[in-house]
Design a protein around this ligand. Structure first.
Ligand SMILES: [Zn+2]
Length: 482
């Protein structure tokens, strides 16, 4: 383990607007003003974390997804079927997940506690009900206890849903491979667990690796787990939900981008009370929710562990300038989407948001709806390139890019590790306003277990900047005139 002090991405819930006097028209400004502050420089990568990420392989991701597809139909409703062939259905998948977490644990001297959150969901009412009988749902999760007794009650969690479905919600017999939706997200939980438990890093805070069911019937598994977390008083600081992170590989789709993963975060928190809402409106904090600050932290952590750009020069062609062939290829990176989820769609992050926890959703850049919630079949349809032909439907492993899933898993593991190594969130953060002037003073209290020699980094951004930035040149001079 490195002795470097853990980097903290301080999510101080205050952004400082700069009120610079604008020069009159036709008049030169008296001091140079850097109008667009630069993106914050990424923290240096922690070599121990980087080494752990290098252990995540597309081959292991493929093995995870192939095993899950092998359960044939992981519909949550298949837990009601007594006539399923052995080794198929959602409960067989749950047993395998528990066994796999146990194997990962055995490889680290039983460092994980493998648990089942096993319950019966009550039927839903109305014509759109997707659970019509009492239905058993099993969440499987593994806990890597923090090594610092003063900080072990702090938790970060990664999750994906292992249930699947085909075209008909109630069809529990025909194949529903769910390779992308969402065996890919389950692979992220499993591979994060494998990499971090084998890293040798001692994490002061606790990491939870979760897999849930019931997502396709109304987020039932995650709702139960989030409520359990709340009822048991988990100090859950971050939830990373991975759903459809397979990097769909439909041939001839020119708009897919394997370098980008979307990270969704809510604005006004789902669990906001009327009192909280008044405070948010008063200080204009609609864009400062804990979930959004988590998304911003992910963007910074990504910049530490993925090379920012690679420049690719195409082959020289006689008689042609080469310069137009030079392309900048962006390394793997998150694209922050400032919405709770995609339009009219939802995911397990919302269950955690509703219990008051910061939670974000990772999803591939461009989804292909022929490969989600569809019966396996081929039919005449339009290809991505506009031509007509036989189109394969169904959520098959052949449309998943396991290199892409491995990158998503690395970003998740880097985030879990960075947050679990960092000091806890500063408490009681406030802006001191007793003397009304143009300076801003922030104050906060150290949380329980704050490490000796630890520190926080205070960051800022223009209110219109999406992520934290370097201050404009001269900012300090204006803040503290000498
Ligand atoms: Zn899903």
């Amino acid at each position: 383990m490195t002795s470097r002090a853990p980097q903290l991405i301080a999510s101080v819930a205050a952004s400082i607007a700069l009120l610079l006097p604008a020069p009159a028209l036709g008049q030169e400004p008296t001091t140079p003003i850097q109008s667009a502050p630069l993106q914050l420089q990424p923290a240096p990568a922690d070599p121990a974390i980087a080494a752990a990420l290098s252990k995540i392989t597309p081959e292991q991701v493929r093995a995870d997804i192939a095993t899950l597809v092998g359960f044939r139909n992981r519909s949550t409703l298949s837990s009601l079927d007594s006539g399923l062939p052995p080794g198929t259905g959602v409960l067989a998948a749950a047993d395998w997940l528990a066994a796999e977490f146990q194997r990962i644990s055995d490889a680290c001297n039983r460092c994980l506690e493998v648990k089942r959150d096993d319950f019966v969901e009550t039927p839903q009412q109305g014509p759109t009900a997707r659970i019509v009988k009492p239905t058993r749902i099993v969440n499987v999760y593994a806990v890597l206890r923090g090594t610092d007794p003063a900080q072990a009650d702090r938790r970060v969690l990664v999750t994906g849903h292992y249930d699947s479905r085909n075209s008909d919600n109630f069809n529990t017999h025909d194949p529903a491979p769910g390779a992308n939706d969402d065996a890919s997200g389950v692979a992220v939980s499993l591979e994060s667990a494998r990499a971090l438990t084998q890293s040798g890093i001692r994490f002061p805070a606790t990491i939870v690796f979760a897999t849930v069911a019931g997502e396709e019937q109304g987020l039932n598994g995650s709702a139960h787990l989030a409520k359990l977390a709340k009822d048991e008083g988990w100090k859950l600081e971050a939830v990373l939900n991975n759903d459809i992170v397979g990097g769909d590989t439909t041939p001839d789709d020119p708009l897919q981008d394997k370098s980008a993963v979307r990270v969704f975060s809510e604005g006004v928190p789902a669990g906001t009370t009327p009192e909280d809402l008044r405070r948010i409106q008063t200080v204009g904090a609609e864009n400062d929710s804990p979930s959004r600050e988590l998304a911003r932290a992910i963007a910074e952590i990504a910049a530490s562990y993925f090379q920012p750009l690679t420049v690719h020069a195409g082959p020289a062609t006689p008689g042609h300038a080469r310069s137009h062939l030079v392309r900048q290829i962006e390394a793997f990176h998150p694209v922050l989407i400032f919405r709770r989820d995609r339009f009219l769609r939802g995911g397990d992050l919302t269950s955690f948001n509703q219990q008051g926890f910061a939670a974000v959703r990772f999803t591939e850049w461009r989804e292909n709806f022929n490969h989600q919630h569809q019966d396996l079949r081929t039919a005449e349809d339009t290809n991505p390139d506009g031509t007509k032909g036989q189109v394969q439907y169904g959520d098959l492993l052949e449309f998943v890019d396991t290199n892409y899933v491995a990158n998503v898993a690395r970003l998740n593991a880097a985030t879990l590790a960075t947050l679990a190594l960092a000091p806890g969130e500063p408490e009681n953060v406030r802006v001191l306003t007793t003397s009304l002037d143009n300076n801003t003073q922030l104050a906060w209290d150290a949380p329980k277990g704050f490490p000796e020699g630890g520190s926080y980094e205070v960051v800022w951004r223009d209110t219109s900047a999406p992520t934290w930035t370097e201050p404009p040149i001269g900012f300090f001079d204006r803040l503290h005139p000498s």
